[in-house]
Ligand binder design. Structure first.
Ligand code: TXA
Ligand code: MG
Length: 307
């Protein structure tokens, strides 16, 4: 199939209510027609995802986002600054039919994002409506950042699968709630806290581990092997994922100590290490600043340390 025919094929599958493996710049998604409750139900089944965990509606541009959600001035500034790109905005829902109740887990709010990957936007534009797409892993597992990993996780449930190459970002979008006069970071991601605050002003404290961020489970992104954090060397039977000067070679997340490279490698290397069936996967300390906040968030959840 030509690239254009692949896009059309994926859009037709969505119209039929089928699931589609969709590349985005962050991680691969398992996409469905956001307005079709039966299609959305298939996502929850395929992933084994709890139904209280709402999905992100992916749209082709900011105008489509505004038809679905009520975006205030700060939300618009964030959209202008970071869309298309790895930012998700949670705001009051405007069009309840466009993103069905099940996709929103019954909430009066909706999460929207315009993905940066051109093939993702091409599929959404060809389809015409909003597309919900959680990460294409089975619930609780590391998110897939390559086409092969996505197909291995949930490909059996998809009517079409689109290869968009390895994901450039490698961790999921930053999720920010903009409503009730507050700005809250619900999930750290590749758009950093500082970048959000530079555009939209200070974030409220006590962000999103409560009821407002229903999907943030304690054990998440987890490989089969236990994960041991802040390791300075590998114990017997362990694989050490290194960073900077700690643990050079095949298993280094970034020999240069670069956080973007680390994010891009993180989930793929957790999966590759897991395939070796080590006693545990040890991970070198990763700095907390900038993109390190998102990397450390995913690592803590992979290790089961967030309660
Ligand atoms: O980068 C990404 O965002 C990827 C790609 C595929 O776009 N998608 C993704 O989706 O990570 P998912 O379903 O794995 O994560 C969605 C997150 C969950 O933590 C969920 O709880 C939160 O967004 N969320 C969605 N709607 C929400 C809402 N109305 N209020 C609060 N949190 C919401
Ligand atoms: Mg996910």
């Amino acid at each position: 199939m030509t690239p254009e025919a692949e896009i059309q094929h994926a859009a037709v599958a969505l119209k039929r209510g089928e699931l589609v493996i969709l590349p985005t710049e962050t991680v691969y998604g398992l996409a469905a027609d956001a307005a079709n409750g039966e299609a959305v139900a298939r996502i929850f089944e395929a992933k084994g995802r709890p139904r209280f965990n709402p999905l992100i509606a992916h749209v082709a541009d900011a105008a489509q986002a505004e038809r679905i959600a009520v975006l205030d001035d700060r939300a618009r500034r964030l959209a202008d600054a970071f869309w298309p790109g790895p930012l998700t905005l949670v705001a009051p829902v405007r069009d309840r039919a466009a993103v069905c109740d099940l996709a929103r887990a019954g909430l009066d709010t909706v999460a929207v994002r315009v993905p940066g990957h051109t093939r993702a936007r091409a599929v959404i534009a060809a389809f015409g409506g909003a597309v919900v797409a959680p990460s294409a892993n089975r619930s609780g597992r590391p998110s897939p950042t390559t086409f092969d990993d996505a197909v291995e996780e949930t490909g059996a449930h998809a009517g079409a699968a689109l290869d968009g190459g390895p994901c450039a970002v490698g961790v999921e979008s930053t999720v920010v709630a903009v409503m009730d006069g507050a700005l809250r970071l619900l999930r750290p991601g590749s758009v950093t806290r500082d970048e959000i605050e530079a555009v939209a002003g200070p974030l409220s404290e006590g962000g999103g581990e409560g009821h407002r961020s229903p999907g943030r489970l304690a054990l998440h992104y987890a490989p089969d092997a236990p994960v041991r954090l802040n390791a300075d060397r590998a114990e017997a039977g362990e694989i050490l994922l290194g960073f900077g000067p700690v643990g050079q070679g095949r298993w280094s997340l970034s020999e240069a100590g670069d956080l973007r490279e680390t994010a891009a490698n993180l989930f793929r290397m957790l999966r590759e290490a897991d395939r070796e069936k080590p006693r545990a996967i040890a991970v070198a300390p990763i700095p907390a600043h900038g993109l390190g906040e998102a990397v450390n968030d995913r690592l803590k959840r992979a290790a089961g340390f967030v309660g």
